[in-house]
Design a protein around this ligand. Structure first.
Ligand code: PMP
Length: 451
């Protein structure tokens, strides 16, 4: 049997329907079959290597095939691969819940599990609505969300998100939400600081809360970075102001830390940079260091207590997924937290992100780069047609795709979101590898903007 790349591509395209993909693109865009991964690198069936500069869709923290995580999953596999979590429990889920509540913002003491990010958002949305119903305030059933936000692809998560590309077509199926303009600092006025712009934008949130609090269960947002919305960033002061306003208006704050949690923004959780505790916090992706599908919603004693009652009152949260709290996934998550505990990951990341930022900011001089922005281990460059007016390239031109293909040819996996090229590498990346990915991005930007 043939084992070259083409053979796998042919068999794949006969049956696999890929996510987030116009399958017809694969008539001219190569599909890359991956044989193995190690550290920050992926390798195809012909031995060509690719630097995983986007952590395999922002999930991978410590590289592929990490010895400690491999060993933990292997050991768990010998004991128990899966068991129902209703009526039964197991050691990895108990230990993980202890470990998560120990690292999370103080007061988040209860963990509810699901198996992917979108499902965690569904859980948080349902839990918030149900909480208010259980405490006799059933009118609070709407959600406030930010423009340009992204919370996943299932119908509830899509409804509270706001990226048109993914949402528009399904609008007839979605619940109605209250959308407030994002504090996105790309839109700040000349000379305005991030904090000033963010504060100014908060007035719109305050107005929405004042108007809708009586019918609103929660505000949901991505703390500090709107990742799928093009790595748009804002100042932590927004979270500080929002926490105070949510308390005052009796509205929950749901922090979707699915992409930004676990050290991505420089602190373990992005919310820490504002010193706040959300009412519900969604985690996934880096939760298992990117190994296995798992998600969690962490919440507080008061929320938990509102569901704790006699069965016949039907106040319980009856949400479930077959693979809730899977032991293998929990063992990967435990190994991940163990690495955080035993190694100075955040300290190391500070040095890496300083280097990444310094190198990436050299892209700023390019005539078609409007901005290079950074928050911790996320750095993004915004490509525009006209730097002076910031007029964007029409999306139909798919400039990012040109860059993506160039990077692949050069052995780097960069996957721009529209006209935004970004770096979000695993934390094991070296300064030399950072130099390589920035250099390849520079070439790709040149190629993508030359005509
Ligand atoms: N929320 C955020 C902030 C995300 O970035 C994502 C995934 N990109 C999700 C939710 C959805 O997670 P999943 O893809 O695991 O459903």
């Amino acid at each position: 049997m043939r084992t070259d790349n083409a053979a796998y591509v042919e068999r794949d395209l006969a049956h696999v329907w890929h996510p987030c993909t116009q399958m017809k693109d694969h008539e001219h865009v190569p599909l890359i079959p991956i044989r193995r991964g190690e550290g920050a690198w992926l390798e195809d069936f012909e031995g060509k290597r690719y630097l995983d500069a986007i952590s395999s869709w922002w999930v991978n923290l410590f590289g592929h095939a990490h010895p400690r995580i491999n060993a933990a999953v292997r050991a768990q596999l010998e004991r128990l691969e899966q068991v129902i979590l209703a009526g039964f429990t197991h050691e990895p889920v108990i230990r993980l819940s202890e470990a998560l509540t120990a690292v999370a913002p103080a007061g988040l003491t209860r963990c509810f599990y699901a198996d992917n990010g979108s499902s965690a958002v569904e859980v948080a949305v349902k839990m918030s609505f149900h909480y208010w119903r259980n405490v006799g305030r059933g009118a609070k059933r709407r959600f406030i969300t930010l423009s340009n936000s992204y919370h996943g692809e299932t119908l509830g998560a899509l409804a509270v998100g706001n990226v048109d590309l993914y949402k528009d077509i399904y609008k007839p199926l979605l619940m109605d939400v209250i959308t407030v303009p994002s504090p996105d600092c790309y839109e700040r006025e000349p000379g305005e600081s991030w904090a000033e712009h963010t504060r100014r934008k908060f007035a719109l949130m305050e107005a929405a809360l004042a108007r809708h609090a009586h019918e609103t269960a929660a505000v949901i947002l991505e703390p500090l970075v709107q990742c799928a919305g093009g790595m748009r960033m804002y100042d932590p002061v927004y979270l500080t102001l929002l926490r105070e306003a949510c308390d005052r208006h009796e509205v929950h704050l749901i922090a979707d830390e699915i992409a930004v949690g676990f050290g991505r923004t420089g602190t373990m959780f992005a919310c820490e940079q504002a010193g706040i505790r959300p009412d519900l916090m969604c985690l996934s992706k880096g939760l298992t260091a990117g190994y296995l599908p798992l998600s969690a919603v962490l919440t507080s004693e008061p929320v938990y207590a509102a569901f704790y009652d006699e069965y016949v009152k039907l106040n319980a949260f009856l949400h479930s997924h077959s693979f809730t709290g899977n032991p293998l996934a929990c063992s990967a998550a435990l190994a991940c937290l163990e690495i955080f505990r035993s190694e100075d990951v955040l300290g190391r990341n500070r040095a890496l992100s300083a280097h990444l930022g310094e190198r990436a900011r050299t892209l700023q001089d390019h005539p078609h780069v409007a901005e290079v922005r950074q928050r911790g281990m996320i750095v993004a460059a915004e490509l525009v047609r006209d730097k002076a007016t910031r007029e964007p390239y029409p999306w139909q031109q798919r400039r990012g795709l040109t860059l993506y293909r160039h990077a692949l040819a050069r052995g780097v996996l960069l996957r721009p979101v529209g006209n935004v090229v970004y770096f979000m590498p695993p934390y094991v990346v070296t300064p030399e590898e950072i130099d390589l990915m920035v250099e390849v991005a520079r070439e790709g930007i040149e190629l993508a903007t030359c005509a």
